[in-house]
Ligand binder design. Structure first.
Ligand code: ADP
Ligand code: ADP
Ligand code: ZN
Length: 222
């Protein structure tokens, strides 16, 4: 099964993708993570992407589609969670071609519906383990033991340079202008499923599980 998690910055795509990796053994393909790795390694792609990411704008379709192409095979047997890709109509077309070449399907496009104002708080409170990368939040998900990663026990954490209010506004504008318009394309194919991204992490997870297990998502809400 191959799925897309779609939603603005801070909607919870990375959090839910991480969980699906842990519980279902699927493979998370996050173009944001790939780009940050390229920036860190100082590759030609990283050098091109750095300033664009810091400004909160979109990196070119050619770069991100090539990154997905390079990483796609790793998910062949376990299924892919596309996290933060596609973000434009061009990227959606590129994904369709890449999957088609491998005889793979796209099963669900899961839209996380959220209230944009709440996202600013989610983004500015976001941090992650510097060692294993698992995500936390100043208010919504602190480590169980202070300053100690739940997963690996490390004591170093990091914040993204683009997780500030001003950049978030630009990223949201980019989402509205370029990413939201790909939804009708998937709606025509009957692939779009919506979940309430403002619910708790556990409730969002439950709604996604219901979709992946073929149950009507809304019907299982109590
Ligand atoms: P978020 O967690 O806010 O959804 P990501 O980690 O997915 O953000 O992306 C961070 C930044 O990386 C984006 O603001 C953009 O500059 C770049 N980026 C990531 N994925 C893409 C993509 N598919 N197309 C263009 N730019 C991307
Ligand atoms: P995205 O990948 O869509 O940009 P993240 O999964 O990184 O979003 O979530 C952004 C921040 O909000 C993180 O700090 C995360 O811990 C927190 N978060 C994610 N989902 C929820 C939720 N349902 N309720 C409250 N906080 C959440
Ligand atoms: Zn850790």
């Amino acid at each position: 099964m191959n799925i897309i998690l779609l939603g603005p910055p801070g909607a919870g795509k990375g959090t839910q993708a991480q969980r699906l990796v842990d519980t279902r053994g699927m493979v998370q393909l996050s173009t944001g993570d790939m780009l940050r790795a390229a920036v860190k390694a100082g590759t030609p792609v990283g050098l091109k992407a750095k300033a664009v990411m810091e400004a909160g704008e979109l990196v070119s379709d050619a770069i991100v589609s090539a990154l997905i192409g390079e990483h796609l095979d790793a998910s062949q047997d376990r299924g892919a969670i596309f996290d933060g890709f596609p973000r434009t109509k061009h990227q959606a077309a590129a994904l369709e071609m890449l999957l088609g070449e491998k005889g793979r399907t796209l099963d669900h496009v899961i839209e996380l519906e959220v209230d944009e104002e709440a996202l600013v708080e989610r983004i500015t409170g976001r941090f992650s383990c510097a060692n294993c990368g698992v995500g936390y939040h100043d208010r919504f998900k602190l480590p169980k033991v202070e300053k100690t990663c739940d997963v690996c026990g490390a004591h170093e954490f990091k914040r993204r340079p683009d997780d500030n209010e001003q950049t978030v506004r630009t990223r949201m504008a980019e989402y509205r202008a370029k990413t939201a318009p790909i939804l009708p394309y998937y709606e025509e194919r009957g692939l779009v499923r919506r979940v309430d991204g403002m619910a708790s992490v556990e409730e969002v997870a439950r709604q996604i599980d219901a979709i992946l297990d073929g149950l009507p998502a809304r019907a299982v809400r109590l």
